[in-house]
Design a protein around this ligand. Structure first.
Ligand code: TMP
Length: 227
């Protein structure tokens, strides 16, 4: 196996090959579940050894926390408690699954990560992005995703799709304003770090969105393998 010297996102150069960390994001109803399958297939086509996972969740404790966080009939949570539980699940996920996978050279494809905390708790619930940044630094140190694909659509369109899917969870019942704020933070973050973010128009026909996701993943794989 050739040894690559990737400049990893944790600020250190790795002597051995580390896998890439890819995240899919977007507000409710943008078609994230469908596009996770498209991204997974594109990575398998590129012969990448892959770990697919999700947040909140991904570990036994994380999935238990997910139930607490998403159950709209569950006990009320303060905004601080909700945010800390998201990061508690994330700390466990990083420790048990994400870092070990990346370190052994596997690629990780994750359905949501810390951008969702910026968008939903930071902006949607108006905790402020600065407080999310503190937790991000504490829980992740320098580790950041190598690629974040944001599926973007007007909340008016996306929420109509989400509501047609059946029962809603704690977040899906939020207001249009909440999702306008969340969307804006996703777009702001993508604009601030264009080298690590790809924004895809999720209001296009499904086939076009799928093609764009597959092409973005394939382009990233090519770039990573060349570096
Ligand atoms: P999903 O798996 O259907 O996307 O549901 C996860 C929900 O959790 C979604 O509404 C977004 C929300 N969420 C946050 O609010 N903050 C976070 O940090 C993460 C990872 C998810």
């Amino acid at each position: 196996m050739t040894e690559h010297n990737h400049e990893a996102n944790d600020g250190t150069r790795h002597d051995t090959e580390r896998g890439a960390f890819i995240v899919l994001e977007g507000i409710e109803g943008v078609g994230k579940t469908t596009q996770m399958a498209v991204a997974e297939q594109a990575l398998k086509d590129a012969a990448k050894s892959l770990v697919c996972t999700r947040e909140p969740g991904g570990t036994a404790a994380g999935e238990a926390l997910r139930s607490v966080l998403l159950d709209k009939d569950g006990a009320p949570l303060s905004l601080e408690a909700e945010t800390l539980l998201m990061f508690a699940a994330r700390a466990n996920h990083l420790h048990e699954k994400i870092r070990p996978a990346l370190n052994r050279g596997d690629w990780v494809l994750c359905d949501r990560f810390t951008d969702a905390s910026y968008a939903y708790q930071g902006a949607g619930r108006q905790l402020g992005v600065a407080r999310i940044a503190v937790l991000e630094k504490w829980v992740q140190a320098e580790l950041r995703p190598d690629l974040v694909i944001i599926l973007d659509a007007e909340p008016e369109l996306a929420l109509t799709r989400a509501k047609n899917r059946g029962p809603v969870d704690r977040f899906e019942q939020e207001s249009l304003d909440f999702f306008h704020r969340a969307r804006q933070v996703y777009l702001d973050r993508a604009k601030a770090h264009p080298e690590r973010y790809a924004v895809i128009d999720a209001s296009m026909p499904l086939e076009a969105v799928s093609q764009a996701v597959a092409a973005t993943v394939a382009g990233f794989v090519h770039q990573w393998d060349q570096s």
